[in-house]
Design a binder for this molecule. Structure first.
Ligand code: CUA
Length: 350
């Protein structure tokens, strides 16, 4: 019984790892030049992720023990009781043994109880952590198929790339993340920082992280949420405090107003772009799509679907479906000249 339960859990975990690994490889492939760590739960950089690894070792250790015992006994029985020579007699038939049946029911049950209690303790330990007053507050909103990222106390709105400061051995830098959904159920998962947390409409969930080193840590929506679920990628950019402070100051600044890009700006304001996108300080105040005030400060377009460079940006505006079939942004059927003006304007939004 217990063997079967843990075996099933094991194969489910293995297939999740394989699927997750494939998606991350896809993400890493699209941005191969970036230095991004493999998003393994076995290389944590933040307290909840360290605790999850600890628990995983316990579960994997117990599963390995069960595997060795069961496979070992099976192998021994196959060898010890194999048919020998021309002995064709039927072996003795044994019906029932109370002692053995009780043992193989009670032992697995106790193993499951132990796993349940230990896991519950870890979950309560992680989720029950009180928010320290110095913690950075972030709201992450799942959308089909991108992440809106808001810093309510800093007045910053961005998308798909979560910037947080890094702590070190002497000083923690906790960030408490409030999760909301604008449409369907998503799941927030950055394996090196924290466990998975579902992002549910009309419900507020929370996760917290306290990264101990700088770097880019990739994550992924982990709940099937529609055709572009696999391209709902998330990057967490952990920066030393001074670098993070500079990023905050740059994000708080108003949109850059470049006289050389006025034609594109006018075009942007005259098209339906402004109904969905915000460029702070202009007529564009739409809320359905990503805030573009500092678009060029981001590494990727379309939640990790493409690198944020001029060619991809132009191709994206021309027809988002080339990168993300099903993306809610429509192709605007612009002429080559209009496309050039619009792309030039967007590139000034640093
Ligand atoms: Cu959002 Cu899957």
């Amino acid at each position: 019984m217990g063997e079967r339960v843990s075996g099933r859990l094991g194969s489910r975990a293995a297939s999740c790892l394989a699927v997750g690994g494939g998606l991350f490889l896809k993400a890493a492939g699209a941005l191969a030049a970036d230095r991004v760590e493999t998003p393994s739960i076995f290389s944590p950089v933040s307290t909840p992720a360290y605790e999850i690894r600890e628990l995983s070792f316990l579960v994997l250790g117990l599963s390995a023990l069960i595997f060795v015992v069961v496979a070992g006994m099976a192998a021994w029985i196959i060898v010890r009781f194999r048919s020998r020579g021309d002995d064709r007699r039927e072996p003795p038939q044994i019906y029932g043994s109370d002692r053995i049946e009780i043992a193989w029911t009670v032992v697995p049950f106790l193993i499951v109880v132990v796993l349940f209690l230990v896991t519950a303790r870890y979950i309560y330990g992680i989720e029950g952590r009180a928010q320290p007053p110095e913690a950075l507050e972030v709201t992450v909103i799942g959308n089909q198929w991108w992440w809106e990222i808001r810093y309510p106390k800093l007045g910053i709105v961005t998308a798909n790339e979560l910037h947080v400061p890094s702590g070190d051995d002497t000083r923690a830098a906790p960030a408490f993340i409030t999760l909301q959904s604008a449409d369907v159920v998503h799941s927030f998962w950055v394996p090196q920082l924290a466990g998975k947390m579902d992002v549910i409409p009309n419900k507020i969930n929370r996760v917290w992280i306290d990264p101990r080193k700088s770097g880019t840590f990739v994550g992924q929506c982990a709940e099937f949420c529609g055709i572009q679920h696999a391209w709902m990628l998330l990057r967490v950019i952990v920066q030393p405090r001074p670098e993070f402070d500079r990023w905050v100051a740059a994000q708080q600044a108003a949109a850059h107003d470049d006289p050389g890009a006025r034609a594109g700006a006018r075009l942007f304001a005259s098209l339906s772009c402004i109904n969905c996108h915000t460029v702070r300080g202009t007529a564009a105040n739409g809320l359905f799509g990503p805030d573009l005030t500092h678009l060029m400060s981001r590494e990727t377009l379309g939640a990790g679907a493409a690198r944020n460079d001029p060619e991809s940006l132009r191709a994206w505006v021309e027809d988002p479906a080339t990168f993300k079939p099903g993306a809610l942004m429509p192709a605007m059927r612009l002429s080559g000249e209009e496309l050039g003006q619009l792309t030039a304007y967007l590139q000034t939004l640093r």
